[in-house]
Design a protein around this ligand. Structure first.
Ligand code: ADP
Ligand code: MG
Length: 361
């Protein structure tokens, strides 16, 4: 066998990479939703046929796509959100790598309909698998963009089979993702409906309130929630977390809501637990474990609902850790953890009924 190093053809490289950018139904829809949000949409409609296995359609009323961008829209590494690597520190959009549409195009049958508000007509666009524009047809359309993804993973039989066989489970994972955006995206109305066997069901409908608590109430029926009261850690906590002298001044804020200590959500799953870093839904196991542990101090029998937004200066985080950007690295993490602990304890301590659980019984 010839073991020499060969250069992979561009198409083969694309094929190999795409399956890692879009790993599941949830990542596919998340990328499309984020594109809609990055386009300034205030209304996003998501329609899933057979729970997304047959078709995903995401429509927005955002700024649309300029005709001069049609050729590059789906090419890998083409983005309107970043000019050079240095811009990453200041990027405010969800996307910035220019990978999602390119990956979706190779993994599915992709079509785009778009219209900028200043144009009188929209266009339907079709692309080759490798992202070259093949067809551009004028269509009547409201301003905004609709991206349709049919037969996701059709070229990856194992994953396609997985998706079809577990479509409801995959859909529930997606719903958790959408709930996160529903909570944090003030002013954006998100609807997600499922068409299955010809029947349409609305799985999520948010009203785009200007306030996190109202958004939460749209989606969940939470028991009593407490507003987090951001509190600096005292000397003992700083010691416990080994925070060095020079790292003791905080550069972030913590805000959000958590079940009070008598009314947990009753579930030990992450379905009802949300962490946001600079309004980006994120997974942060160290923080979720910490919240669980502090909650147990006050209520050992139950698990809280929570939605916690941590705001940091962009220089203090690295969001480019995994392709879907839901994991971040935070500078001075120890102080952040100590502050979260102090914040939770203070939040519960100041509830009149929030005596430590043992004392209540
Ligand atoms: P990224 O979001 O990282 O830039 P994508 O592949 O997701 O990469 O999208 C490529 C580009 O296509 C975006 O930078 C944006 O300019 C444009 N785009 C994608 N979706 C939309 C949309 N719904 N509305 C307007 N522009 C869009
Ligand atoms: Mg994107």
């Amino acid at each position: 066998m010839d073991k020499r190093i060969n250069k992979l053809e561009k198409d083969d490289q694309l094929h190999l990479q795409s399956g890692q950018v879009i790993v599941s139904l949830a990542t596919a829809v998340k990328e499309l939703l984020e594109n809609a949000l990055d386009a300034g949409a205030t209304i996003v409609d998501i329609k899933l046929t057979e729970y997304g296995a047959e078709a995903i359609e995401v429509s927005d009323n955002g700024h649309g796509i300029q005709e001069s961008d049609f050729e590059s829209l789906v090419l890998k590494g083409y983005t309107s959100k970043l000019q050079e690597f240095e811009d990453l520190a200041s990027v405010e959009s969800f996307g910035f790598r220019g990978e999602a549409l390119s990956a979706l195009c190779i993994l599915s049958e992709l079509s785009v309909r778009t219209r900028v508000a200043s144009a009188s007509i929209g266009y339907e666009l079709l692309y080759q698998q490798t992202g070259e524009l093949t067809m551009k047809t004028p269509v009547q359309k409201q301003p905004g963009t609709t991206v349709t993804v049919k037969k996701l993973f059709h070229g990856l039989p194992v994953r396609r089979e997985q998706l079809a066989a577990n479509s409801k489970k995959e859909f529930l994972k997606l719903l958790r993702v959408l709930n996160g955006y529903g909570i944090i995206m003030n002013g954006v109305r998100i609807t997600c409906s499922v068409v299955s066997n010809g029947k349409t069901t609305v799985a999520l409908r948010t009203s785009g309130h200007a306030d996190m608590l109202e958004n939460i109430k749209d989606i969940f029926e939470p028991q009593k929630l407490k507003n987090l009261k951001m509190t600096a850690p005292d000397a003992d906590l700083l010691e416990e977390y080994n925070v060095s002298q020079e790292n003791r001044s905080s550069v972030y804020t913590i805000a959000g809501w958590i079940s009070d200590c008598e009314h947990g959500s009753g579930r030990n799953t992450n379905e009802r637990q949300f962490i946001f870093i600079n309004r980006r839904p994120s997974e942060y196991p160290k923080i979720s474990k910490l919240i669980a542990a502090v909650y147990r101090e006050f209520n050992p029998k139950d698990h809280p609902f929570y939605a916690v937004d941590i705001q940091l200066d962009r220089e203090n985080i690295d969001i480019n850790v995994v392709p879907n950007k839901n994991q971040v690295l935070v500078q001075n993490e120890k102080l952040l953890l100590a502050t979260i602990k102090a914040t939770l304890r203070e939040t519960f301590r100041t509830t009149p009924s929030a005596l430590p659980y043992r004392a209540m019984t």
